[in-house]
Design a protein. Structure first.
Length: 164
């Protein structure tokens, strides 16, 4: 479900140019080139429906539904999906969203890889996330701390800065 959040908010991007504008904002604000959005999930506590058993019971010991969102570099929501039961992890929740199906089927009008000012090769456009999400060619997540060297530490810092 792709929502308009207010009369002043933009709809979910539908053209390559709208995606490029989002990526330009991430590069200017966070030094994170070709970034299309930061993705994360949030457990929203609920009172479970009678007879639902453990269907809404999560690993945190509460009953909840998951809000999945994508935000741009200006802290604006560009996609919200709410209502997946919380027994599924953030990384698993995304697979039940319309956003993920369109991403996987290449129906989001994402621009082809392009060269940025500091790159020798064309870089793909990507979404950024935390460790809970699967690594894909269109999703970046931080390196594990046990694998850090200087370059990976800088990468994780920039990725974290863009996600925040």
């Amino acid at each position: 479900m792709l929502w308009r959040l207010s009369s002043t908010s933009r709809l979910f991007p539908t053209t390559e140019n709208e995606w490029r504008n989002i990526a330009d904002d991430f590069e200017k604000r966070c030094n994170c080139p070709n970034c299309l959005g930061a993705v994360d999930g949030k457990h929203v506590n609920i009172k479970p429906p009678t007879g639902s058993g453990s269907y809404f019971y999560n690993y945190k010991g509460a009953y909840s539904l998951v809000l999945l969102a994508v935000v741009n570099a200006n802290y604006e929501f560009i996609m919200c999906d709410f209502g997946i039961n919380s027994r599924i992890s953030d990384g698993g929740v995304i697979e039940y969203s319309q956003f993920y199906r369109k991403l996987k089927d290449r129906k989001l009008s994402i621009p082809p890889p392009t060269r940025t000012m500091n790159s020798k090769e064309a870089l793909p456009f990507v979404f950024i996330s935390d460790e809970a999400f699967a690594l894909r060619c269109d999703f970046l997540k931080p390196f594990s701390q046990r694998d850090w060297d200087h370059d990976k530490k800088i990468f994780n810092y920039r990725l974290s800065r863009a996600r925040m």
